[in-house]
Design a protein around this ligand. Structure first.
Ligand code: 5GP
Length: 116
């Protein structure tokens, strides 16, 4: 079995985190090393390592994550300007191998660019 990630430990309550929102499917925590004034992570309880590891049976879960991001953006008051990022794989910058969505806001995103 794959080694438990830091996010599974947070979900299980073994290590603390600033939890902003949670439901049956996912939790939302503040990123420990924020890259924008608002930077939160939306993490499914199910430990899928990378986006590419999700399968047909995860369809509803993936849709749920997207809807949760929108709901969280509204709760944070950033619904008119935010960015969602998923890093898939080490070379794409993924450091925690438990699928998660970054929600970034309250910063000036360069127009027409993904910041690459
Ligand atoms: P990745 O690079 O895998 O896309 O994103 C992992 C994110 O998790 C990073 O932005 C990093 O700052 C955040 N992170 C890593 N460890 C912890 C932790 O223990 N607590 C919290 N709240 N965030 C963490």
């Amino acid at each position: 079995m794959a080694e438990e990630t830091i996010f599974s430990k947070i979900i299980n309550g073994d290590i603390p985190a600033d939890i902003l929102y949670q439901n049956d499917v996912c939790i939302c925590i503040k990123d420990i090393n924020p890259q924008a004034p608002t930077h939160v992570l939306v993490i499914p309880r199910k430990p899928i390592p990378r986006l590419v590891d999700a399968s047909e049976e995860d369809k509803a879960l993936l849709g749920h994550l997207m809807l949760s991001v929108g709901e969280i953006a509204k709760q944070l008051g950033v619904e008119d300007a935010f960015r969602v990022v998923i890093n898939n794989g080490e070379d794409a910058g993924q450091t925690v191998f438990h699928l998660h969505l970054h929600l970034l806001a309250n910063t000036k995103f360069s127009e027409g660019s993904l910041g690459m």
